[in-house]
Design a protein around this ligand. Structure first.
Ligand SMILES: [Zn+2]
Length: 140
């Protein structure tokens, strides 16, 4: 018997299906997949939907390396977080609830970035790789 998959791997598959369905339906959003994601990620997912709807996400891609980093703006204009959607966010919740306390799979900014990218709901801006490196080194 195969082992039951982890919730995060089910979430990963759900994001993949959401992106596939969105592309196949000209930008449509599959409500059943959204429900699945909301169930997996809880209240963080609802907040992530708000962040996407409020268009507070921008993805930057290095022109030669294709390395990418996502910037997510928090509630106030001065709160800007650097996000690697599957692995890292520079917010405090990521460090405390995800890394330190292992209480959550990811933070709301990571979810928002994954959702926006899956639905094609954020600008993707190509910049130089030096600018990407600078963004990572200096945090903005
Ligand atoms: Zn975060």
């Amino acid at each position: 018997m195969e082992p039951i998959r982890s919730l995060d791997s089910v979430g990963e598959e759900s994001f993949r299906l959401l992106a596939q369905d969105c592309a196949a339906s000209n930008g449509g959003v599959n409500d059943l997949i959204l429900l699945s994601l909301a169930h997996i990620y809880g209240k963080n997912f609802n907040t992530a939907v708000e962040v996407v709807d409020e268009q507070r996400i921008v993805c930057f891609v290095g022109e030669k390396t294709q390395r990418s980093v996502v910037k997510v703006q928090g509630k106030s204009a001065s709160d800007v977080y650097l996000v690697f959607p599957k692995h890292f966010c520079s917010c405090q919740a990521f460090f405390f609830k995800v890394v330190h306390e292992n209480e959550a799979i990811c933070c709301k900014h990571q979810l928002a970035a994954r959702l926006a990218l899956a639905l094609g709901r954020c600008p993707i801006i190509t910049i130089s790789d030096v600018e990407i490196a600078s963004m990572l080194a200096f945090g903005s």
